[in-house]
Design a protein around this ligand. Structure first.
Ligand SMILES: Nc1nc2c(c(=O)[nH]1)N(C=O)[C@@H](CNc1ccc(C(=O)N[C@@H](CCC(=O)O)C(=O)O)cc1)CN2
Length: 459
């Protein structure tokens, strides 16, 4: 039996309530040493999943630590599938820390990062993709990324991966039977049938991989850069977007002061916007792009929003910037349409044909909706695909899918060349194993440890 672990499950600080959570076979025993119930029930009478009122008392000094409510959850129907005890104490760092120390003194061990969820996985309550979804849930910044993570926690991705693996298993069984009993009167699998199965498996893997790009955007945000010469309204645009979406402002470690990076949510799609207006306006913008960091941001951007002043003709500076945008995913904004229009759309098209051009007035709030719709359209490729698609949001999953795809491609090639079935079998098995890494069926302990090491404490 594994040892009993403990951690603070709630955020530190001035919260109303704090939770200290224990998991493992000795949880109830440890609780019994430090908890005195108000009604005097014995430990055997704590009804699972019912709150019991009482006090935490230091058994050594008899000092009262806090007034609490405790819950006992009986294995195996708990978060970790082990006995779990939760102590709800007053929030604030003092009671929580004192109770934690007491529990440690009474025989529990400090939980490692993600160890509760790791135990849920090791005890078979959830698979690895579901465990990883727990982490994504906690770090989700928009409704959409939460929804996708929640879907994965509920098993949306796992189910599809399991189904594909089942089809592969059937294919492997057919192959094996034909290798082992080639002469017997068993349904002879033709290479044509194999080809069909392998193709269908390939397409389903490809389908998951296609969702990975959207998945990445939903999880990490669409890297967006707002660019344009000084005074075209970049900062106002940024502010307008921020206001609409009640942005989550994040501190980005390592970014220099003159680059502002913020999260806004456009219909659930997180946009990680870099406002180049933060770059001192006195300096030449094109030259500034040459500067290491801004160049890095610009090159990394999935989307460039290029702002022009519609009340004046194109300037050389505009044209210089436009040269940089030729091969980039770009939305062109003709801003300040509240003023008399001077800029000719045709002149923009001469330099940048085939880019989406939107007329807006940030001042009057006009055109912002069209901008948002355009961004949504670009991300979802026209049709807003909703929950039925399980987005692949995790780099590890994507990597496993890539390898599964390569293996099945090799299998298809082996079939095409009419190679012996043993060869095909190896490729198909490799594919099956790569997919198993997603659900955790075919991963080693080192990979598992690495995954949970990225979790937060107490989860
Ligand atoms: N107090 C508290 N709140 C919490 C959690 C927790 O651990 N403690 N959670 C976690 O961080 C989340 C809830 N997630 C949970 C998931 C599964 C089980 C659980 O006991 N599952 C069992 C029993 C299901 C049943 O039969 O009722 C199971 O799946 O076998 C508990 C919590 C969010 N809120």
């Amino acid at each position: 039996m594994s040892d009993t672990i403990v951690a603070i499950a709630t955020a530190p600080g001035e919260a109303g309530i704090g939770i200290v959570r224990l998991s493992g076979g000795e949880s109830l025993e440890i609780l019994d040493k430090i908890f005195v119930p108000t009604r005097g029930e014995s430990i055997k009478e704590y009804k699972p999943r019912r709150l019991t009122h009482g006090k935490i008392i230091d058994p050594k000094t008899n000092q009262i630590i806090d007034e609490v409510l405790v819950t006992y959850m009986k294995a195996p129907y708990t978060y970790t599938a082990e006995d779990v005890v939760e102590i709800n104490c007053h929030g604030g760092i003092v009671p929580v820390r004192k109770i934690l120390e007491l529990v440690l003194r009474c025989g529990a061990r400090m939980a490692e990062r993600g160890e509760f969820t790791k135990r849920a996985f090791l005890n078979g309550r959830i698979d690895l993709a579901q465990a990883e979804a727990v982490m994504d849930l906690i770090s989700a910044k928009t409704d959409k990324s939460f929804d996708v993570a929640f879907g994965q926690l509920e098993g949306s991705l796992s189910k599809e991966v399991k189904n594909i693996r089942e089809s592969i298993l059937e294919m492997m069984a057919h192959i094996t039977v034909n290798i082992d009993f080639p002469d017997e009167d068993i349904e002879e699998i033709t290479y044509k049938e194999l080809q069909d199965s392998a193709n269908s498996i390939y397409e389903r893997i490809e389908g998951l991989l296609e969702s990975a790009q959207t998945g990445k955007i939903i999880k990490e945000g669409l890297h967006t850069v707002i660019i344009g010469k000084p005074n075209v309204g970049k900062s106002s645009l940024m502010n307008a977007l921020l206001k609409e979406s009640r942005a989550i402002v994040t501190e980005v470690p390592g970014t220099t002061r003159d680059i502002i990076e913020e999260f806004v949510s456009i219909k659930g799609i997180p946009l990680k916007i870099v406002d180049t207006a933060g770059i001192r306006e006195t300096e030449d913008i094109v030259e500034k792009i040459g500067v290491e960091r801004s160049k890095e941001f610009f090159n990394k951007a999935d989307l460039v929003i290029f702002v022009l002043n519609a009340s004046e003709p194109l300037t050389d500076e505009d044209k210089q910037i436009m040269e940089l945008l030729k091969n980039r995913q770009t939305i062109i904004l003709m801003n300040k349409t509240d003023l008399p229009m001077v800029l000719d759309e045709e002149n923009i098209r001469k330099i940048l044909p085939n880019k989406k051009i939107i007329k807006i007035s940030v001042l009057e709030g006009k055109g912002l909706k069209e901008l948002e719709d355009t961004i949504v359209e670009m991300v979802y490729g026209g049709e807003v695909r909703q929950k039925e698609v399980s987005f692949v949001t995790n780099v590890r999953h994507k990597d496993a899918l890539e390898r599964a795809k390569t293996s099945i491609q090799e299998g298809i090639e082996a079939i095409r060349q009419g190679l012996p079935l043993d060869f095909v079998e190896v490729d198909v098995r490799n594919c099956w194993e790569a997919l198993g890494e997603i659900t955790g069926d075919t991963v080693g302990e080192d990979v598992i440890d690495k995954i949970f090491a990225n979790f937060c404490l107490g989860k």
